[in-house]
Design a protein around this ligand. Structure first.
Ligand SMILES: *Cc1c(COP(=O)(O)O)cnc(C)c1O
Length: 328
């Protein structure tokens, strides 16, 4: 892999640790499986999370192109938007966020707490768009306006899931393989939540055997998630000079999505509580909570065995926007 050919800025201390969750293993009564987590939530900038890996390459590209402004899109409680604001602040760029009211909620916690609170603290200019709006088109239009004023603008869509952004997780795949060598083990599965596909696609672009990567879609319906993830994985592999993958290389599970993106499920609430009460660790209600519910089900049913790695992707500010869901 020629990852070094791409401009990158350092936004967190790598490698993030891999830790074993023995108390969860015991609570599940596991035999023949061990559960590990990769702590991609453990990053010092802006509250941390998986989007910082993508932003290392996205802001790397923006700075290489001499940009002074970074515009991106997302849902109102987007972790990617929050981390874009933090990383742009850290690098001295202006951030503008085009946020869509994707989730049908208008309670104060959702509208103003969690990531919303932090976007403002990090000094981002926030634009709110109605449900169903084309936020990328709005971002492009805003960029044109700013360019006419002489600004140099970098635009990336939701989740930072362009091929350049996905390079962050191709790099993470190499990091995981190096840690496997140190630990003297090989994970049977590397499991992530799948929203805008970049995390799964990047891992599949960088890892030795892409069939080891498994994701739980929390946003797109299954067929669309499969199509989008394969396409992005192959665009990313093309950047890296690696051969294209086939559909059979992309394993996605649609069982944890529930009603829609951002709508809690009982299994998510139980998974967040289990992680908190057994390990004192926080996972988020929109992504990792649903994916971890899928991991727990897979371990209980024996579908997952051997050494299993769950990638903790951060997003815990989202918990504060979901206070009503947890107080029931
Ligand atoms: C964005 C996000 C994901 C999913 O990553 P994608 O690359 O969008 O698929 C998972 N967990 C958290 C906390 C996220 O914010």
């Amino acid at each position: 892999m020629n990852l070094d050919a791409f401009p990158r800025i350092a936004l967190f201390d790598a490698p993030t640790p891999i830790q074993r969750l023995e108390r969860v293993e015991n609570a599940l009564g596991l035999k023949g499986a061990r559960l590990f987590v990769k702590r991609d939530d453990l990053m010092g900038l802006g509250g941390g999370g998986n989007k910082l890996r993508k932003l290392e390459y996205l802001l790397g590209a923006a700075i290489a192109e001499d940009c002074d402004t970074f515009i991106t899109t997302g849902a109102r409680q987007s972790n990617h938007a929050r981390l874009s604001a933090a990383a742009a602040a850290r690098m001295g760029l202006k951030a503008e966020l085009m946020l869509t009211d994707t989730v049908p909620r208008d309670d104060p916690a959702y509208l103003h707490n969690g990531n919303q609170l932090l976007d403002g603290l990090f000094g981002a200019v926030v634009h709110h768009l109605p449900r169903g709006a084309d936020s990328l088109a709005a971002a492009q239009a805003r960029a044109e306006l700013l360019r006419a004023e002489g600004r140099k603008v970098y635009v990336v869509g939701s989740g930072g899931s362009s091929p350049v952004g996905a390079l962050g997780y191709a790099s993470c795949a190499a990091e995981i393989e190096a840690q496997e060598a140190e630990l003297g083990l090989r994970f049977s599965a590397v499991i992530v939540a799948n929203g805008s596909h970049g995390t799964h696609a990047g891992l599949a672009a960088g890892i030795d055997d892409p069939r080891r990567v498994l994701s739980f879609t929390v946003l797109a319906e299954l067929a669309e998630a499969e199509r989008g993830t394969l396409a992005l994985a192959n665009e990313t592999r093309a950047l890296l000079g690696r051969p294209a993958l086939e559909a059979e290389h992309i394993g996605i599970d649609g069982s944890q999505r529930g009603e829609a993106y951002g709508i809690p499920t009982e299994a998510m609430l139980a998974a967040v509580r289990l992680m908190a009460r057994q390990e004192g660790l926080l996972i988020d209600p929109v992504y990792s909570g649903k994916a971890f519910a899928g991991v727990l089900a897979g371990l209980r049913e024996g579908v997952l065995s051997g050494d299993v790695l769950f990638v903790m992707t951060g997003g815990t500010p989202g918990l504060y926007a979901y206070q009503p869901a947890f107080s029931g």
